[in-house]
Ligand binder design. Structure first.
Ligand code: GLA
Length: 392
């Protein structure tokens, strides 16, 4: 990202006297394992990426909110006086929802001029929306000096915004990874208690490669909410037999003893995924501590299989990318990452075959699906932060 270029654009959009803007950055995230477990109170193991969203922002003397993005033409002007409602320019609803949450907390707000710029591919399952939400929340708290809100409060606030303002019943994983990420570490998070541990994730001799299916996602939000409902349905059946509220609280053996109480076979498979995936996260964390990357990769493969067969959120494009990746000698694990229904895969690939991997998987994917995949080399990076003013 070219800061001088962003600054030039800022002054072109927002002229007039005013204080110098400040610059903030929030990363995207990739989830290594623990998919569709967060809203079930389970475990996840994501990490923050070097890709993300920059926000250049300056206070105004009135209460208008001005939104612009280096990725789109023009700007949107929003007057919050009548209250916060969704805007027709869909991307601005992500920062707008955050303003609405601050307003609900009775934080005294002013107007702002804002310029966003991002390099996370949209709708790829790498949390571009959580990145916009967290950069806005962090920048707002910082510029308004709201010291009562710590990082975990901002993470919870961003989740509420996504649930209430955007209308997606997501869990807390994305915001948590974006807020709490740390270079060379994965975050092992218990989504029920929010206890977490940063686990060293340094791939000696291996590279983390993300591959984007570039499949247009259709109805992904409604299919996601449908899975959330199916998990609730599974819980309704289980609750009558054991005193728990969420699938993530149920142990592997415990589930296998009582799974028949879920009458609907499809719903039972959804629960089976969540409970087995939860166990896989625990095993994956112990692999990291033992430096057993081969077993870690095998768990990634098993995770994909369960997401494909039990949870049914993969589809032909993700399955093809994963199948082709797993065929290559030197790939120790490959799986879909994020919500699914399109989006990206994540693979652990031996350093010296990364080029070959990109060519071969890309070619075979194109041949089988007609689509061109994009590849990114992931660098595990820090969470949301202010970029020092000297660099502006
Ligand atoms: C999306 C959601 C997350 C999580 C994943 C699936 O990224 O935003 O909360 O549920 O899907 O693991």
């Amino acid at each position: 990202m070219n800061i001088a270029e962003l600054s030039k654009q800022f002054y072109e959009l927002y002229d007039g006297p005013g204080q110098a803007p400040r610059l903030y950055f929030a990363p995207g995230r990739v989830n290594l394992i623990g998919e569709h477990t967060d809203y079930n109170g389970g475990f996840v193991l994501p990490c923050a990426l070097q890709y993300g969203t920059w926000l250049m922002m300056r206070k105004r003397s009135d209460n208008l909110l001005q939104f612009a993005s280096a990725n789109f033409v023009g700007k949107a002007v929003y007057d919050p006086s009548p209250g916060y409602v969704k805007h027709q320019v869909s991307w601005i609803n992500y920062p707008l929802g955050i303003f609405s949450q601050f307003d609900q907390l009775k934080v005294s707000l002013t107007g702002f001029d804002m310029l966003f710029s991002g390099d996370i591919p949209n709708s790829a399952g790498l949390s571009s929306s959580a990145s916009i939400e967290m950069v806005t929340a962090y920048a707002l708290a910082s510029m308004l000096n709201v010291t009562s809100l710590g990082m975990i409060d901002l993470v919870k606030l961003a989740k509420r915004s996504e649930n209430e303002f955007i209308g997606v019943n997501c869990g807390i994983m994305d915001m948590f990874a974006v807020g709490m990420g740390s270079a060379d570490h994965a975050i092992f998070l218990n989504c029920l208690t929010l206890e977490y541990k940063r686990v060293p994730f340094i791939l000696k001799g291996y590279t983390l490669v993300i591959a984007n299916t570039n499949k247009q996602r259709v109805l992904a939000d409604s299919k996601y909410n449908e899975r959330v409902d199916e998990c609730r349905e599974a819980m309704d059946a289980i609750k009558a037999h054991i005193p728990v509220n969420l699938l993530g609280e149920i142990g592997f053996m415990q589930f296998f003893k009582i799974q028949e109480v879920i009458e609907d076979e499809r719903v039972r498979r959804r629960a089976r995924h969540v409970i087995s995936e939860n166990q896989r996260v625990l095993n994956a964390v112990s692999c990291l501590y033992k430096n057993d990357m081969l077993q870690f990769g095998a768990l990634m493969n098993a995770s994909h299989e369960s997401l494909r067969d039990n949870y049914e959120v993969t589809g032909i494009e993700l399955d093809t990318l994963v199948e082709e990746a797993q065929k290559i000698n030197g790939v120790i694990g490959s799986r879909m990452t994020g919500a699914g229904f399109g989006g990206c895969t994540v693979s652990i690939v031996k350093d010296d075959i990364v080029e070959k991997f990109i060519h071969e998987v890309g070619d075979r994917y194109k041949l089988r699906t007609g689509l061109t995949a994009s590849f990114y080399i992931a660098k595990v990076s820090d969470g949301v932060r202010e970029i020092s003013s000297e660099s502006i």
